[in-house]
Design a protein around this ligand. Structure first.
Ligand code: WTA
Length: 651
């Protein structure tokens, strides 16, 4: 695979890009050898209300992990995304919003965005929300999602966005964990014409929290017009709140290390982790990567087709592009509604120059051959991006040939919620591409591979991907649990940040991501912990024990394979299987719905000490039961035989 064809930078791209290969190499070297000098220059891309004098103060030493960037500087993220652009860009469109139904659309200029952000910021203040308070945002892809994030940033409140596809319980546990005072939501979300009642979900979540509910107010955006249960004294209509507020709001001066947001993500243990990002370093990094990785130039139309519920939406729909004064498309719906032509139609309609999406979307379209691109003019496209999971070469070629017509570089961007921004990626004008490789590190990023004992793998080779020094966009802690932060990321291998991913480095120094090496699944680019799904399963009355593993899935990348042992007296049946799939869907989210549910009435394979042998379960799920390896340590090997005989994936 490392013999892959090299795709050199096309001339039309090379001649206008921010950096050529020579410039990349020189700048990269400077960023590694003189990080303070490099980042102090780069940070000038923002406007600081109080300039910083310190640049980098970081340590990866276990027990003393600290990450501080620009620590004595002050700035406000919303000022950097809005106010400073107004003299030149007041009438420039910040978001071309495209609704779920074709024909439903709206343009939001920088001035309009500024006005609404100030009004909501004032409204939040009127409700008693201030600097340091947490605000949960539970919204679909509507312009008010960006407004809500920036309004929090303006007053120094810390936003915690919960993906609109999450269930009431998932919402509730995230509200409790960060002790949110306020929730911003809407009557209903629409995706591919399917409606989710977000306000109803919020009501259920808060009711379940009972006396422990920390939420004082719920701001409700009237989006679809569905009727809601209005809780007097708690609920506030967004439009009524804003109507009373002036379109100016003095920004809160924030220290560079003051929190900007919390975003929950799945880890290898049950409880979701509240990844915390701060203001200065995050914004420098989001803005710089957005400009360089997508080669964003003034006047470009940029479209990141992610959801604001994930980190991609935070960094590359809201903060990065707005900090750079970009014009973006924001899309409420899904790539396959009302037809598989939707992505191409949107590109054509807005003459999109840069498209950033996920391999799972590409694979879903690819299955339809030419149909997704028929009848659309895609000639405006210059750069394509990919994120969320490794892009398989077949999908890469389809994306490159059918969407990019063979002349748009694909930036395969590797990063994580924890990293705040892109860490390993091609740069359009600098990097020759190999389909399936995320290629080389971004400025300031020092990746390394280590074997399972923590020894550095030099040159070509494979191992666990670690990052050996800090970059400004790095997460600072897990909200309320610094110890877990250190344990999760800095204890596996001493002195380095452990990503949880495996990777290979080829003869050109290019990185090829090979997937998670921990118990985290990647379903259609969405992160889910196996432990999270297992604890949900065992909470079902019919289930005694459960184990969850991933298996290769044509469209989703990974599918969810569930092994369940029924409780004594419970007879497995088709209906029960259906009920269990529905249970997980309801309790966590539709994205967590098990694809395959295998009953294991004789139990799960365990070591003599009682540990479930996941390695074996993964092999059976992948239909690789001929490669089970050593099973001599099993307490009862006959269990395995039964599972193999009844396996559900035979591809
Ligand atoms: C995976 C999403 C290969 C990886 C931005 C990582 C990728 C996890 C890529 C983070 C890529 C993301 N190639 N794998 N280009 N991008 N991943 O936190 O396993 O939702 O650790 O952040 O997605 O997922 P998260």
């Amino acid at each position: 695979m490392t013999q892959a064809t090299l795709y050199p930078v096309p001339d039309n791209v090379k001649n206008r890009c921010h950096v050529t290969n020579e410039q990349y190499l020189a700048l990269y070297q400077e960023s590694i050898e003189q990080p303070e000098q490099f980042w102090s220059k780069q940070a000038q891309r923002l406007s600081w209300s109080k300039p910083f004098t310190q640049v980098k103060d970081t340590s990866y030493e276990l027990g003393k992990v600290k990450i501080n960037w620009f620590a004595d500087g002050e700035l406000n993220a919303s000022v950097n995304c809005l106010d400073r652009h107004l003299p030149e860009r007041a009438d420039q469109v910040a978001f071309y919003w495209e609704g779920d139904e074709p024909g439903v659309q709206k343009e939001v200029t920088y001035q309009a965005l500024y006005d609404e952000v100030c009004q909501l910021a004032n409204g939040m203040k009127a409700l008693g929300v201030g600097k340091g308070d947490r605000v949960t945002i539970y919204l679909p892809m509507i312009p008010q999602a960006a407004v809500a994030l920036l309004a929090c940033a303006r007053i120094g409140a810390v936003h915690s966005v919960v993906f609109a596809g999450f269930s009431p319980d998932a919402l509730g546990s995230r509200i409790i964990d960060c002790d949110s005072k306020l929730v911003v939501t809407t009557d209903q979300a629409l995706r591919g014409s399917r409606a989710t009642n977000l306000k109803d979900n919020t009501d259920i979540a808060l009711a379940h929290l009972g006396d422990t509910n920390p939420v004082k107010n719920v701001i409700v955006i009237k989006h679809v017009g569905k009727s809601i249960d209005f809780h007097q004294g708690r609920d506030v209509w967004y439009h009524e709140l804003l109507a009373q507020q002036p379109k100016a709001c003095t920004p809160e001066p924030m220290n560079a290390e003051d929190p900007l947001f919390i975003l929950y993500t799945s880890g290898s243990t049950g409880k979701p982790k509240g990844v915390l990002h701060t203001t200065g370093g995050y914004l420098v990094y989001a803005s710089m990567t957005h400009q360089y990785v997508f080669d964003y130039q003034d006047g470009d139309i940029y479209w990141c087709a992610a959801d604001v519920g994930w980190v991609t939406g935070h960094s590359y729909i809201v903060y990065g592009p707005l900090a750079n004064g970009a014009s973006s498309v924001m899309f409420e719906g899904v790539p396959t509604y009302p037809s598989v032509k939707r992505i191409a139609q949107i590109v054509d309609k807005y003459q999109v120059n840069i498209l950033y999406t996920a391999p799972t979307a590409i694979r879903a379209l690819m299955a339809h051959g030419e149909a997704p691109v028929e009848g659309a003019d895609l000639s405006s496209l210059r750069i394509l991006g990919s994120v969320g999971e490794p892009i398989n070469p077949e999908a890469w070629h389809w994306y490159h040939d059918k969407i990019g017509k063979g002349n748009c570089p694909i930036v395969d961007t590797w990063w994580q919620t924890e990293t705040g921004g892109i860490l390993i990626t091609p740069l359009p004008g600098a990097t020759a591409l190999k389909p399936g490789s995320a290629t080389r590190p971004f400025f300031g990023v020092k990746p390394a591979l280590v074997d399972n004992e923590g020894n550095i793998v030099e040159g070509q080779g494979e191992g666990n991907l670690v990052i050996t020094d800090s970059w400004p966009g790095q997460m600072r802690t897990l909200y309320g649990d610094h110890d877990r932060f250190e344990q999760t990321y800095f204890s596996t291998y001493a002195g380095v940040y452990f990503t949880g991913d495996g990777a290979r480095r080829d003869e050109d120094g290019y990185y090829w991501l090979t997937g998670r090496v921990d118990d985290v699944l990647n379903i259609s680019g969405h992160r889910l912990g196996t432990a999270e799904i297992e604890s949900c399963l065992v909470a079902h009355e019919a289930i005694a024990e459960a184990a969850v593993v991933g298996y290769p899935h044509d469209i989703k990348g990974q599918g969810i394979y569930v092994y369940v042992t029924p409780r004594v007296g419970v007879e497995p049946s088709e209906d029960l299987t259906k009920a269990i799939r529905a249970w997980v869907r309801e309790e966590i989210s539709p994205i967590a719905t098990p694809d395959l549910v295998q009953w294991a009435p004789a139990g799960l394979p365990k070591t003599r000490s009682g540990k479930i042998m996941r390695r074996i379960l993964r092999k059976i799920a992948a239909n690789e039961h001929d490669q089970l390896g050593d099973i001599s340590t099993l307490a009862d090997p006959s269990v395995v035989e039964m599972l193999v005989n009844n396996r559900l994936n035979r591809k």
